[in-house]
Design a protein around this ligand. Sequence first.
Ligand code: F6P
Length: 608
Amino acid sequence: RGVVFNKAVRLPRQSRHRAQIKSEDEAEAVEEKEQKEESPSVSSSFDEAMAKKGESIANSAEWKALMEHKSEIDKTHLRDLMRDEKRWKACVREVDGIYCDFSRQRITEETLEMLLDLAKKANLEEKIQAMFSGEHINSTEDRAVLHVATRAPPTESIMVEGKDVVPDVHDVLDKIKYFTESVRNEEWLGSTGKPLKDVVAIGIGGSFLGPLFVHTALSTDKASKEAATGRRLRFLSVDPVDVARSLNNLDPETTLVVVVSKTFTTAETMLNARTVRAWLVASLGESAVAQHMVAVSTNLKLVKEFGIDPNNAFAFWDWVGGRYSVCSAVGILPLALQYGFDTTEQFLAGAWSIDDHFRSAPLKENLPVMLGLLSVWNVSFLDCPARAILPYCQALAKLAPHIQQVSMESNGKGVDIHGNRLPFESGEIDFGEPGTNGQHSFYQLIHQGRVIPCDFIGTVKSQQSVYLKGEIVSNHDELMCNFFAQADALAMGKTAVELRSESCPDSLIPHKTFTGNRPSLSILLPELNAYSTGQLLALYEHRVAVQGFVWGLNSFDQWGVELGKVLASRVRSIVNDARNKGRRIESSDGLNVSTQELINKYLDGKAE
Ligand code: F6P
């Protein structure tokens, strides 16, 4: 297809983050960087790599072959497939400590080869390369997609429109380091001279879910917890209840507010920012804003207009999508305030280790690629519309809500990158809860109702394991026994013959029979800390990208969110006018009768 591939940026590189750079090899690093800057720029065009108009991947021979292959797979059962040790070996990958076993997917070795053929047909390698090379692969917004640059070590260079953006990333990181250390060391004080011990981060969507996920993952990790002693981090995202909850028991004198918004226009965030500003000003006066409010945004002009000193603003860039922004100042600033900058460096290093693997490992060895292809297989060929994310680790309680946004906002699209209607359903419905709570909730449906591929995620070591004298296992072993057992229960099921041999009454056999053959994969991390949290994040982000690249859609825009925003803004001005004039909503307001009367009911209730 005439795609030129730049080998220079594909060479596997030793992943080193700024925290790991030793002075003796600084010179070598600089030399390496210079060589790279001299290498020819990548001329592969993302458009070339994408299917041409009308050439959906679904029309390819590779897709059709997989469709036919599905009828072969339908004749198999995981109970039998799991006996094949050679097949199991082909379904295990280990990358920088992450052990992943996908042998409980409904696949054979042939399926894997066919999925890899599909990936090649979709020009997956070229698309990954185009992403790392700063091409404007988010074509509907004419933007590069470079969240990977936010965790790139300083020895890397990543070019956007002829400019290396890695130094800019590290300038902001340096500013975050300096600022957060001043606050934590009590050099930067509140307006009345008290240390700022509490942080309220205001943001929504990608400006909230990622940082909350990481905060939840770190708050029980021993090292991170120690670094956070005496400090509190809270998030404010939505409504007046959230305002009350996040400010509860906080003292304005000791509170620092971080307003996080890529656009600095999001209605909920700006209203919450004004509300908290009023809370600060009411007790400390207008001049306190400079000491107590900082911002993270790409829109520094609006930050200034809001009244936050631009010197207290932390920038990021339009090539970082909101849902992919946790490694920019969006996440790093609040997390460094809470856990210290060193912890966030470990988090970034973990994410970069997977980035480096993703851009350089051959497709077959590439973990995000394999997981993305398996998701394509489950969604597009096995007709499984949903996926459950099931961490056996309470600290990962906010992984599913974050990945829900990353995945569903990215791949829930109706058209391909050229605007042609997709001839298949794309995206998947993501949900999840930590085990074993989920087991006592929705697993019933997964075992005997609908077929929902599951991601089981466990850790070898717990952040907080307790062994009670006299118990057979520690409480972490207990949890992990469920992690091991659930995957097999789904895969193997339970037959009527087995039930009869256990003297199950005939009347209960249909109720107690499990069909099995339900797909899952198991991810085992050594432990959950800042580094592995970063790895997990990048693994899921790239898996989502792989799915979008194969389906041929734009995973990096989100036009579907816009309509609701526009309508809310119209309703806002109608409600405002009606309330100010003490009038009812009329048909002349142009809303349908249902909405009109819903709003009237709401306004009537307020008047009482
Ligand atoms: O909901 C759409 C969205 O644009 C997300 O992608 C984004 O993370 C969120 O809104 C918040 O936007 P902002 O950071 O600009 O306030």
